[in-house]
Design a protein around this ligand. Structure first.
Ligand SMILES: [Zn+2]
Ligand SMILES: [Zn+2]
Length: 136
């Protein structure tokens, strides 16, 4: 990727983005420091909850959730639980609990089924009308 001058998404400062980075080096370093602080805190306090980490380290929830998604706490031997985005049940991975995932999958399949049926109906309908036109 070509070098590009852009504004840091975090502090707004102009910087040279060499590989498509969205934040400047200073913010990048600060973020990595913050990640390390959070990971260290969780390792020392394996039973802590997200809001406790936020209070103790000052890290935003977004960063903590990203670290969970990336499995950074699992790497230091901590199974971090957090609420399912949909129903609030405690989960250990992903964004939703198993029940919500199943429900969403079922909904998705139902939507796909309806779409396929509609497409099929259209096709049949189109064939018939062509047939009809030929006869006319
Ligand atoms: Zn910055
Ligand atoms: Zn759920």
């Amino acid at each position: 990727m070509a070098e590009k001058l852009r504004n840091c998404q975090n502090c707004g400062k102009l910087f040279m983005s060499q590989h498509g980075e969205k934040v400047c080096q200073a913010c990048q370093d600060a973020m990595e420091n913050m990640e390390q602080v959070v990971v260290d805190y969780v390792r020392d306090n394996p039973k802590c909850k997200i809001h406790e980490i936020m209070e103790a380290t000052g890290a935003p929830e977004k960063l903590i959730r990203r670290l969970i998604d990336e499995g950074r706490f699992v790497q230091v031997g901590v199974q971090m639980s957090y609420p399912c985005k949909k129903c609030g049940k405690e989960i250990f991975a992903g964004q939703y609990c198993e029940d919500c995932l199943k429900e969403m999958q079922a909904n998705l399949q139902a939507a796909h089924g309806a779409m396929a049926a509609a497409a099929e109906a259209n096709k049949v309908h189109g064939m018939y009308s062509k047939e009809l036109q030929r006869k006319l």
